[in-house]
Design a protein around this ligand. Structure first.
Ligand code: ADP
Ligand code: MG
Length: 380
């Protein structure tokens, strides 16, 4: 396969600090021009992985390749990578323009050229007009735009961004996510973006690499990791779900039966099941569950689903709690002593009260199965 200037390849890369294994055997390929998010909980090794790409950290073992070249032993300043940090790291006593021109100065560009290029770069991040401002007067979002312009001004092969938006409030962060996505498309560079925020990763990423405990657990497009997680950690980390414990009692052609902790036997896809007798956990996401008043009429969808055998599985329970969230309602439904979380779009359900008996239903084909150690059960 052809190698481009900005491909990144980590080969079995590990980093330990004394007894602590911060990064553990990571293999990762980032494609030229791709925006890859490293996503995982705090302390899982994301920043360490990124610092090894930049050259700010040396791996304990393994190799780092950029643009087809082994750069493992190269210093940070010899690699054409550029970093953007959470805390902006701008020079407070320099103007906006001087900040952006700084990297160009280090590179040896002449004064006029620096001014022109820095000015152009500020325009591209919509900060033209601020050239002579002091960076201390800027808002968080503006500071991050200047930091981006400074990093992009040196024309790096790879831009590395470490939680660049986590100091911003939610609204501004969401605005900046869209802008970053545009900037990535416009500049056509390889971006590696570290975040612990799933929404941010889903908004931005071409592909997401999910890390846990120093390991890269799964890499894939957002839809792939969400709909087809390789293990229970990924399923749990990428959104709310109901994990339901049970025992597989029967495996048929299309569906298997699971005798569950909530005193009901439910159908699950046969290829998501373990062998009969095995203890087992399934995941049923709240957004796949429908709720209606007990004794209420079937919807056309549930009748049709049941008729063709693909879904419409229903059990009964009692609403313990309903939480109004504006655009959605979250119900906690008690079933056989267990709790199930049910999420409905706000427009779909009105007026179901706490304490009411309800029927809850789902399409059995949306259920995923996991072995006790967490590995996905799926038999291809
Ligand atoms: P993340 O960015 O995912 O929050 P880090 O890569 O910063 O995680 O850290 C991974 C682990 O390595 C953590 O347990 C952290 O405390 C530890 N660690 C990171 N840098 C150092 C260091 N320079 N010295 C010792 N331990 C470190
Ligand atoms: Mg970090």
């Amino acid at each position: 396969e052809e190698t481009h200037m900005s491909d990144i390849e980590l080969r079995n890369v590990s980093k330990s600090y004394g007894d602590l294994q911060a990064v553990d055997g990571v293999d990762l390929s980032v494609r030229d021009g791709e925006l890859l998010c490293l996503l995982g909980p705090s302390g899982c090794g994301k920043s360490t992985t990124m610092r090894m790409i930049s050259g700010l950290e040396a791996p304990t073992s393994g190799e780092v390749h950029i643009g087809g070249e082994d750069v493992t032993d190269q210093a940070a300043y010899d690699r054409n990578t550029s970093m953007v940090f959470q805390n902006w790291a701008l020079f407070p006593y320099k103007t906006v323009l001087e900040n952006v021109a700084f990297g160009l100065k280090m590179r040896g560009d002449g004064t006029d050229e620096r001014q022109r290029e820095a000015g152009e770069m500020l325009e591209r991040v919509h900060m033209d007009g601020y050239e002579e401002h002091s960076t201390t007067d800027l808002s968080g979002g503006q500071k991050q735009r200047v930091a981006l312009a400074r990093s992009l001004a040196v024309d790096p092969d790879v831009l590395l961004l470490d939680e660049p938006l986590s100091n911003l409030d939610k609204r501004l962060r969401e605005e900046m996510e869209i802008e970053l996505k545009d900037i990535h498309e416009e500049f056509d560079k390889t971006f590696v973006y570290v975040t612990h925020n799933q929404d941010e990763a889903f908004t931005l990423a071409d592909r997401i690499g999910i890390m846990n405990d120093g390991r890269l657990v799964q890499v894939g497009a957002p839809t792939e990791v969400y709909r087809n997680p390789t293990n229970r950690f990924v399923e749990d980390f990428l959104g709310d779900t109901n994990f339901v414990a049970g025992e597989v009692t029967d495996v048929g052609d299309r569906h298997a039966s699971l005798s569950t902790a909530f005193d009901a036997t439910i159908r699950i896809p046969a290829f998501e099941a373990a062998d009969p007798g095995a203890s087992f956990t399934v995941s049923l996401r709240p957004e796949f569950i429908r709720v209606r008043r007990a004794g209420g009429a079937d919807t056309p969808e549930s009748t049709a689903a049941r008729a063709d055998g693909t879904g419409g599985d229903t059990i009964t329970g009692t609403v313990e709690n309903s939480i109004y969230r504006g655009s959605s309602i979250r119900y906690v439904v008690e079933v056989g002593g267990e709790q199930l979380f049910v999420g409905q779009r706000g427009t779909e359900q009105n007026g179901i009260e706490e304490g009411e008996a309800v029927g809850i239903g789902w399409d059995a084909d949306n259920i995923l199965g996991f072995h006790p150690a967490g590995r996905r059960a799926r038999r291809a």
